[in-house]
Design a protein around this ligand. Structure first.
Ligand code: GLN
Length: 512
């Protein structure tokens, strides 16, 4: 924000020692993530069972679309963050994003193959305006250096995961008991509830003067006869069909050989942009001072490690959901509902793990960030190893016990807590102040690029079959082989990070 510090008025009312506004943002984000993860729980199964039902390569197509959607849904946050900073401000951006997302979920509730892609387009753009800005809004409720800020973010992360826990259970249940579209519809109502919380926060004045557009004149200024603010909203709505076309293009270049085989336009755009970002980072590294360069190298390294971690983690919405539906003996939950397990464990583990870091800190044995990242990747590898081991316990129908999936999600969530919240705060510490916003954008892009990896793995593990009810022995070995390989890569990466940790630690200087 360009607002001057002296002009900022913070609301002084508190709840549980935190600004009152935090709790409005907590509930708004809880419901937004409810819609996001409720829909995600159904997405792959819906594509495989409905949208691509006629195709023998339905898994491949679903993996391609899931990956492109995931990449774009996180990449759009970079654009949404920039537009909010320079023109709209948090409040307007969050409203615009929330309305677009709700619209996307409601369009998904229409039974039609064409509107399906349009719906994903709306969610991609909506998330771009909503997600980065509500997170930054949380930070802006506190003064810099306020010691309550970290625990404020932990509370906020809890809200995210309460949404991520409950939504797959409810949307999954509605989806299987009444039909897919009821599940998607509920996600839309979830998003509207989030907006209602946000609106009531604004009405009750809990955000003080925070989140306004940086300049009213700029917002009102007319371009081609339309006010700038309105023009942005219009363009946001219009970009949804463009994204829909990109997403629907999964087969456009797919028939080629070699490098471009099985690629869609989104994959190619991401490759080109990725190359550009790497060159730009190299250029920045050459321009900054020696001290800044050392820290920036670590910031880039941990972003790359995070990309790898999310690349395995985000398989939960695609390959692991399909594995659960085809090869896991499920009794209490259905395959869509298993998507709630990660968030459930985050809720259980977030406070004990952050308490553990504080305790270790007191004894001066709190591991430095590179070690936490190394262990995070090792634990992720272990979680996939557990899933690979489940093959040994399969019954004669090729179904493995649920306990393996449960243990896998438990470990993956521990790995997430070793890396994600720690990394977020380190990026701000390690980046030179003048490029910290850009580095935040790069951090969010780690999730976007992770989905490219998810797509690659998903395509490797795609089952081809005429039979829509394929599963059991027919699919078990493909999945087990894949999980085994993923565990080796993740453990290997963890070991490399741990070996390079002493060097990274040196480069970090006084940053923990
Ligand atoms: N689960 C977290 C959220 O939804 C982080 C997801 C990610 O960055 N890939 O906010």
């Amino acid at each position: 924000m360009t607002t001057n510090d002296s002009e900022i008025q913070l609301d002084t009312n508190t709840i549980l020692g935190h600004p009152k506004g935090l709790f409005y943002l907590f509930f708004a984000e809880l419901w937004e993530r409810f819609s996001f993860y409720g829909m995600r729980a159904l997405l792959t199964l819906y594509m495989v069972n409905v949208i691509f039902l006629e195709l023998v390569e339905r898994d491949f197509a679903a993996a391609a679309v899931y990956a492109s959607y995931g990449s774009l849904v996180y990449a759009s946050t970079v654009v949404g963050g920039r537009i909010s900073d320079s023109i709209l401000g948090f409040r307007k951006s969050i409203f615009l994003g929330g309305i677009l997302m709700a619209l996307g979920h409601f369009v998904l509730a229409i039974e039609n193959d064409y509107t399906f892609f349009l719906a994903l387009g709306f969610i991609v753009v909506g998330n771009g305006f909503f997600k980065p800005n509500i997170s930054t809004f949380v930070g802006s409720l506190y003064k810099d250096e306020d010691p309550r800020k970290d625990s404020g973010f932990t509370i906020f992360y809890m809200g995210i995961n309460i949404g991520g826990w409950v939504a797959p259970l409810l949307c999954g249940w509605l989806g299987s008991a009444y039909g897919w579209h009821y599940g998607f519809g509920l996600a839309g109502f979830g998003m509207l509830t989030g907006l209602l919380f946000f609106w009531s926060g604004i009405k009750s004045g809990v955000f003080g003067s925070q989140g306004m557009a940086p300049s009213e004149e700029k917002l009102e200024e007319k371009l081609i006869g339309i006010k700038r603010g309105h023009l942005i909203s219009l363009l946001a709505f219009l970009s949804a069909p463009v994204i829909a076309i990109l997403l629907a293009s999964y087969k456009a270049i797919g028939s080629g050989e070699g490098f471009l085989e099985g690629q869609n336009i989104v994959n190619i755009i991401f490759k080109v942009v990725g190359l550009f970002i790497l060159c730009y980072l190299a250029y920045i590294l050459s321009k900054v001072s020696f001290e800044e360069r050392k820290k920036l190298i670590v910031a880039i390294a941990i972003t790359l490690f995070m990309t790898l971690f999310w690349g395995f983690h985000e398989l939960s919405g695609s390959v692991i959901t399909l594995f659960a539906s085809r090869n896991v003996s499920l009794t209490f939950l259905d395959a869509a509902q298993t998507n709630s397990l990660n968030s459930m464990f985050i809720i259980i583990l977030a406070l004990p793990i952050s308490w553990m870091w504080t305790k270790l800190n007191k004894h001066k044995i709190n591991p430095r960030t590179p070690y936490k990242f190394g262990f995070g990747l090792l634990i992720a590898g272990l979680s996939f190893y557990i899933l690979a081991l489940s093959g040994n316990a399969a019954d004669q129908n090729g179904m493995v016990p649920f306990s393996y999936l449960l243990l896998m999600y438990f470990l993956l969530s521990v790995g997430e807590l070793f890396m994600s919240p720690v990394g977020l705060s380190k990026i701000t510490d390690l980046s030179p102040k003048r490029i910290v916003a850009f580095m935040m954008g790069v951090w969010f892009l780690s999730s976007a690029y992770a989905f490219q990896l998810v797509g690659f793995i998903g395509k490797q593990l795609a089952i081809e079959s005429d039979d829509i009810n394929v599963g059991g022995m027919e699919t078990l070995s493909t999945y087990i082989g894949g999980f085994d390989l993923i565990s080796k890569y993740s453990i290997g990466a963890g070991i490399i990070v741990l070996i390079s940790a002493p060097l990274l630690k040196k480069l970090m200087g006084n940053i923990h």
